[in-house]
Design a protein around this ligand. Structure first.
Ligand SMILES: NC(=O)c1ccc[n+]([C@@H]2O[C@H](COP(=O)([O-])OP(=O)(O)OC[C@H]3O[C@@H](n4cnc5c(N)ncnc54)[C@H](OP(=O)(O)O)[C@@H]3O)[C@@H](O)[C@H]2O)c1
Length: 307
């Protein structure tokens, strides 16, 4: 099969090539998926899990990408809940070869059915941003209707989904970002936007929950707005200093079929959308990975199988 391959952690994305690789093997509880569309995270080559297996052993050359939408072609021993020919989407394991490939082996429990009316590109754009937003707001944040949420990086993959899920849960949502991010905040449904470069955060006042996707100095400025007894959710890095009197959670997103089913139902029902930017072929994927972001904003998706 064709796959994007990275051989050398030091060379990183500059050493990325498209190669012929052996077809993946379906281990116990795995499925093999013919990847139709895939997503990647620009920073993933800096993650230790990109270079090692679960036991910490070197596994180069590796295939990057962890988000996928595709069709099941094979079931491993003991696999339940999915069938050959089924459309699926989800999150591939961090410590195994990823989704910028024609086929990938994934634990079945990390995947959910992709409804017929949700296209593969949308399916591949949902898992990381959708699960991260869902888990941050509901699992770790315990969001309640009537609360106020402030989200940093509102125009990004995670931030734009945080806005939509929090609003649907009955929260008042304030997005923050640079001036050029205001339009996306409005498209996602934020009740208000604070331009971080124009000091508009200072006028926001206390909030119940800050969902910080940035960390560093802009994250700290947002975190300062959590009311006493409120919650700070961080995903880029743990907060640099702990504030007494608030609950502070840093977490790494986990696969969840139940939550993927919920996210797909929202897309189907028209209450959740993702913002897809460039859609490129597998042959173009290494160049797109090196570019990092889509030219016009939105998430880059690799369309492995053409329409
Ligand atoms: N812990 C976890 O499980 C987890 C899960 C998902 C993501 N993450 C991490 O969370 C971060 C966000 O992910 P994402 O997918 O939402 O990324 P993204 O799509 O690139 O969104 C980030 C947004 O923040 C904006 N931004 C960047 N620096 C800024 C600054 N200094 N001030 C104001 N806005 C700024 C970006 O604007 P421009 O594009 O205009 O620069 C972009 O709109 C990444 O670091 C990612 O690795 C962690």
């Amino acid at each position: 099969m064709k796959a994007i391959t990275v051989r050398d952690a030091a060379a990183g994305a500059d050493g990325m090539t498209i190669d012929e690789r052996p077809l993946p093997h379906a281990s116990e509880n795995d499925v093999i998926v013919r990847v139709h569309a895939a997503g990647f995270t620009p920073g993933e080559l800096s993650w230790p899990a990109t270079w090692t297996d679960r036991a910490g052993r070197d596994r180069t050359p590796t295939v990057p990408g962890h988000e996928l939408a595709g069709v099941v072609t094979e079931l491993g021993y003991g696999t339940t809940g999915l069938t050959v020919g089924q459309r699926v989407f989800g999150l591939a394991d961090w410590t195994r070869d990823g989704t910028l490939a024609e086929y990938v082996a994934v634990e079945a429990r990390n995947l959910a059915p992709l409804p017929a009316d949700v296209d593969f590109v949308t399916g591949a754009s949902l898992p990381i941003s959708g699960l991260t937003a869902w888990q941050g707001l509901f699992l770790h944040g315990g969001l309640q209707a009537g609360q106020t949420v402030l989200v940093t990086g509102v125009a990004g993959g995670v931030g734009s989904v945080v806005v939509q899920l929090a609003r649907a849960a009955g929260a008042r949502v304030i997005g923050t970002g640079r001036a050029g991010h205001r339009k996306r905040a409005e498209e996602a449904g934020a009740h208000a936007f604070a331009d971080i470069d124009r000091g508009e955060l200072d006028a926001v006042g206390d909030v119940d929950l800050v969902f910080d996707v940035l960390g560093g100095e802009p994250g700290a400025r947002a975190a300062a707005l959590v009311r006493p007894g409120g919650t700070l959710i961080s995903i880029a890095a743990p907060p640099e200093s702990e504030r007494v009197g608030i609950r502070s959670v840093f977490f790494v997103v986990e696969p969840s079929r139940t939550e993927l089913v919920d996210l797909a139902a929202r897309v189907l029902g028209g209450t959740l959308r993702t913002f897809v930017g460039d859609v490129v072929t597998l042959d173009e994927a290494a160049t797109a990975f090196r570019a990092g972001a889509s030219k016009g904003g939105g998430k880059t998706i690799v369309r492995v199988v053409a329409d």
